[in-house]
Design a protein around this ligand. Structure first.
Ligand SMILES: Cc1cc2nc3c(=O)[nH]c(=O)nc-3n(C[C@H](O)[C@H](O)[C@H](O)COP(=O)(O)OP(=O)(O)OC[C@H]3O[C@@H](n4cnc5c(N)ncnc54)[C@H](O)[C@@H]3O)c2cc1C
Length: 345
């Protein structure tokens, strides 16, 4: 079994994780980053226009720059894999990696990482519509990322489900990628949750005849195939409730990836987000910090700029924690827990 130790082990590889890595390396701490899929949501968010200093940058390129700074310039180490198990061994954290995310089995070639402090930056994962056979249609007409899969549907009719900023941005993006027509299906009566600039762009496309917004409407069933041939709507559009589309892009929010936090005894709020002190990004577990979309630090306002700020704070708190407590993983085995330290008479 392979085993390595770090001052700070960062779980996740999105914007919050790489910002934390940059700051932690500048504090001269040894840093490991567990990377399951490069760049997180930012890498697939399309063009980013609200990250200060870069008026227009592709999200993938932004993440490449962050990774280059953290790894090539500052020397953080990337360990590819998915953190599947985390243990708190008396202030020394142990994390086991697997290639596929399942719990490590006895005969696996497991990689174990040890760290004085942990920074959790595992973000969120897309919600599904939870319709019958949704898993069978996955990547066969049902998709969760317009940037990744949109270009395949050039010249085809597609639908986006959702009414928030991600849904509106995806609908605009699909038009720009050459979809023949985009239907935005939202159960709300408006798209007021989207950023005004993205909403205005959507309305430009509606006026140009490339988008229809189907308000107060839900997708009830996937039709045909797989691959997908259409969807059943909760109310008719153009005289029928069977809408012919080649693809559906589901953008109905996300749920926090909180399994590791749960294993460590970290307190979650009612939405499943990791509860942190917004001043320090500390969780209730000594030595465990969290940042980015995973946390409740900035409420429901989750952006790249909030994630990187929280990553910077988490790294600073990990540095202070190590400086103050002098955590030394390798020595913990020799230090008796407080309950059995003999009293000095
Ligand atoms: C379509 C879309 C468009 C967006 N547009 C914008 C925009 O224009 N501007 C903006 O500021 N924000 C935008 N956002 C939001 C922004 O992308 C997120 O706020 C940001 O990515 C959060 O970063 P994060 O690092 O917290 O999490 P994420 O980006 O979600 O990264 C988390 C990473 O952790 C990894 N991970 C999870 N579990 C494990 C594990 N057990 N082991 C190892 N790795 C793990 C995941 O694979 C992922 O790579 C958009 C989001 C979407 C979906």
């Amino acid at each position: 079994m392979e085993s390595r130790s770090f001052d700070v082990l960062i779980i996740g590889s999105g914007a919050a994780a790489y910002a934390a890595a940059i700051y932690a390396r500048r504090y001269n701490l040894s840093v490991g980053i567990v990377e399951q899929s490069f760049g997180g949501y930012t890498a697939v968010a399309g063009v980013i226009e609200n990250y200060p200093g870069t008026p227009q940058i592709d999200g993938f390129e932004l993440m490449e720059k962050m990774k280059q700074q953290a790894v090539d310039e500052l020397g953080a180490e990337v360990i590819e894999g998915q953190a599947a198990l985390a243990k708190n061994e008396y202030h020394c954290f142990e994390v086991e990696l697997t290639a596929d995310g399942r719990q490590p089995q006895a005969d696996d070639e497991a990689v174990t990482l040890r760290a004085k402090t942990l920074i959790l930056a595992t973000g969120m994962e897309h919600r599904t519509l939870n319709l019958p056979r949704e898993a069978e249609y996955r990547a066969k007409g049902v998709h969760y990322c317009a940037t990744c899969d949109g270009p395949v549907y050039r010249g085809k009719r597609v639908a986006v489900v959702g009414g928030g900023d991600s849904a509106v941005k995806s609908a605009n993006q699909l038009v720009d990628m050459g979809a023949a027509h985009v239907f935005l299906v939202t159960r709300e009566g408006n798209v007021d949750h989207a950023e005004p600039i993205n909403r205005d762009r959507l309305m430009d496309r509606v006026r140009a005849g490339s988008v229809d917004v189907l308000y107060e409407t839900e997708v009830r069933e996937y039709l045909g195939g797989p691959p997908l041939a259409g969807v059943r709507l909760s109310k008719p559009h153009g005289g029928t409730d069977a809408l012919e589309v080649s693809a559906v892009f589901v953008e109905v929010g996300a749920v926090p990836r909180n399994a590791l936090a749960g294993e460590l005894g970290v307190i979650l709020n009612a939405r499943g987000e990791v509860h942190v002190d917004p001043v320090t990004m500390a969780t209730n577990v000594d030595g465990v910090f969290a940042c980015g979309d995973l946390t409740d630090a900035s409420g429901s306002f989750k952006q790249i700029v909030t994630g990187v700020a929280q990553g910077a704070i988490a790294a600073t708190s990990a540095y202070r924690d190590i400086s103050q407590h002098g955590r030394a993983c390798a020595m913990h085995a020799m230090v008796a827990p407080p309950s059995i330290v003999p009293s000095i008479t």
